[in-house]
Write a protein that binds this ligand. Sequence first.
Ligand SMILES: Cc1cc2nc3c(=O)[nH]c(=O)nc-3n(C[C@H](O)[C@H](O)[C@H](O)COP(=O)(O)OP(=O)(O)OC[C@H]3O[C@@H](n4cnc5c(N)ncnc54)[C@H](O)[C@@H]3O)c2cc1C
Length: 412
Amino acid sequence: MKHVIIGTGPAGVVAAETLRKRLPEADITLLGGEPELPYSRMAIPYHLIGKVDEGGTHLRPTAGHFDALRIELRQHIVESIHPDSKALTLVGGDTLTFDKLLLATGSRATRPPIPGMDLPGVVNCWTLADARKIIAGANAGDDVVLMGAGFIGCIILEALALRGVKLTVVEMENRMVPRMMDEKSGGLLKQWCEAKGVRVLTSTRVQSVSEDAGKLVVELSGHEPLKVNLVISATGVQANTDLANGLLDTNYGIIVNERLQTSHPDIFAAGDVAEGKDFSTGSYSVQAIQPTAVEHGYLAAINMSGGKNALHRGSINMNVLDTMGLISASFGLWQGVDGGDAATLDNTARYRYINLQFEGDVLVGANTLGMTQHIGVMRGLIQNRTRLGKWKHKLMDDPTRVMEAYLAHHVP
Ligand SMILES: Cc1cc2nc3c(=O)[nH]c(=O)nc-3n(C[C@H](O)[C@H](O)[C@H](O)COP(=O)(O)OP(=O)(O)OC[C@H]3O[C@@H](n4cnc5c(N)ncnc54)[C@H](O)[C@@H]3O)c2cc1C
């Protein structure tokens, strides 16, 4: 059997290794479009501050790891796939055939349609190649604009501040991380960053970027223009569905069923590119987070290798963010459900906030700031759909008792 995997991110690598465990004799080929060994994008912020070198971002740092597993790792971009003939074409013209194919092509950073986004001083922070540009262009004392205070923007914010740049964050929504935090927690996060010396402009749009005497001029809505050395765009991502478009069922991502199988029975999809089942809603969405990519990659490989019961129950949408030392988290249905109850508590002076969302007596979502000790138990309660009974009322009175609620239900 020939198994081909396109994409050497976490989804593709975990899938290749799982296939090898289950199929000692199979041909396994892992194709990656970037000229580096398989690496983790999550490690890029640590690389930006010099905590790890490029090698430290590699997903499998042991030399010869893939050879030892007899996984053929090839650095080639795939140009097209041909589901009917079970073949694919590489850039340059070579073709490969497959019995089972996994599309683990991830996602890419998008840029808004604003004049000047194609200037050389405007970069993304998505790949190791982007990281090299940031390391070269964002040095101590430089003026830098970070466009977008979403999940990725906030992840790299600390690294940029630690590089000693004079940083201005521009976010068009009214708060930081609007798709992960409510107004209270997003507002507190903004205060925290400002107290640490970062300028944060919310409800502000970048209108254009132009060049003037070796600097970039960033025109903003409602504020004076900024003259900076570098603009980093972290305004959104888009699933890399190109290979599947017109051939397989796609929406925001490639649509998969509970076996991570696409509309073609021998082609599977996993990770950021897959529109997979969401644990909380039961519907299908693109989550674009690493734990989901790993879960998808593992389950897809089991199903590709003939597993019968490896159904995907749905991944929990979960984001944990360290923004300049302040940890925030959102889980599941953190915005609540119709007819549900919410319990919130905050201590603004200490940057502490907790918001629990219930459906009946089940915790279905949560949003926290500055409360790291509760992260694991909140996830556990949500994922186990624990019936809290009388503990729901105790949590409505004091949501910080979430650890006690967990212990009361999960420790015999
Ligand atoms: C700076 C940064 C920080 C992050 N931090 C976190 C975090 O803290 N927590 C978290 O959960 N998530 C984080 N993420 C998101 C996380 O990295 C992604 O969810 C994860 O990488 C998805 O894995 P994947 O395998 O689906 O795709 P990817 O890691 O994107 O890998 C896809 C691979 O497919 C290759 N490819 C695409 N098209 C082709 C083609 N035609 N031919 C050949 N190869 C192709 C790409 O080159 C790439 O190597 C972060 C992302 C970034 C950029």
